[in-house]
Design a protein around this ligand. Structure first.
Ligand code: FAD
Length: 265
């Protein structure tokens, strides 16, 4: 089975800082990692490969440095890696990103065969929109399953769990499909020294806009209808109230009086 995992290199923090002047993300001084949900997607792919055989390709769109994230993926079980990097791609919003990734899927499939499964993380921890996976499914006109974990191959399709309020559903989806992945059960494997050394020597092919023969009007800023009008950090106007009491009972009584005075109960 041919599996593609889309991975994004993200800052190693959930506290994204925005440049107030340019409205862009401040990336300097923050180490980069493979987006954690993408690491789960890759682990899910490696487990499927261990059980059923096949080939895992990882694909990332980003600057040259994103090659390091791809090498991490090669070190934990991916077989091939491709980096989409071109000035024409910079400034892409989710629509342009998913379009470029989908065109790359077509490009890669013409060379290495159809991807029965395309796995994405549920969301990137920097952009946080969770739109790219579902948009790719739309561009490619493939079935989609979102927020999935613990994937298995059954009856010619993919079965995955998806959380609900009472536990989880088991959902079947025809192949080929695009699946977005949340935290899976068990640990994500770590690279060995040997696999890391092999990954460091691997050749990562860079794919340009020209090699995709893509419509560049649909890429980068030109292809991005999202406009960031303003970004700001909300100002805290209220601080918390600590209710003291000699024991839990007196504290609870004081809390009830306070909530009543604030007309909250
Ligand atoms: C308001 C706003 C402002 C932004 N400002 C900036 C900015 O200043 N600078 C900047 O660089 N970006 C910026 N972005 C982010 C940029 O739009 C996103 O990087 C891109 O569109 C992907 O969206 P996302 O990060 O929300 O991905 P999500 O939809 O949350 O990602 C879901 C999954 O899609 C896949 N995926 C997503 N992106 C990639 C990728 N590049 N390569 C491979 N797989 C991928 C991964 O599997 C990921 O887990 C901004 C986004 C928004 C909404």
């Amino acid at each position: 089975m041919n599996i593609l995992v889309c991975i994004k290199q993200v800052p190693d923090t959930t506290e994204i800082k925005i440049d107030p002047v340019t409205n862009t993300l401040i990336r300097s001084g923050v180490p980069s990692i493979v987006n954690p949900y993408d690491a789960y997607a890759l682990e899910a792919a490696v487990r499927l490969k261990e059980e059923h055989g096949g080939c895992i390709t990882v694909l990332s769109m980003g600057p040259e440095q994103a090659g390091a994230a791809l090498r991490n993926c090669l070190a934990v079980g991916a077989d091939k890696a491709f980096l989409l990097s071109d000035r024409a791609f910079s400034g892409s919003d989710t629509l342009a990103t998913s379009f470029i990734l989908s065109e790359s899927v077509r490009y890669l499939e013409s060379k290495i065969g159809i991807f029965s499964l395309i796995l994405c993380g549920r969301q990137a921890i920097d952009g946080d929109t969770a739109q790219v996976g579902p948009e790719m499914a739309e561009h490619l006109e493939r079935s989609q399953l979102t927020c999935a974990f613990d994937l298995s191959l059954e009856h010619g399709g993919v079965v995955a769990k998806r959380e609900n309020e009472d536990g989880y559903d088991r959902i079947f989806c025809d192949l080929p499909a695009v699946v977005t992945v949340i935290r899976i059960s068990g640990e994500v494997r770590l690279p060995s020294v040997r696999s890391r050394m092999a990954a460091n020597k691997a050749v990562i092919e860079t794919i340009s806009a020209e090699s995709l023969r893509i419509d560049t009007l649909r890429c980068g800023l030109k292809g991005s209808p999202t406009r960031v009008k303003k970004t700001f950090t909300p100002v805290r106007t209220k601080t918390g109230v600590i209710i003291h009491g000699t024991n839990a009972e007196t504290a609870a009584k004081k809390l009830a009086v306070f909530l009543d005075s604030e007309k909250l109960i």
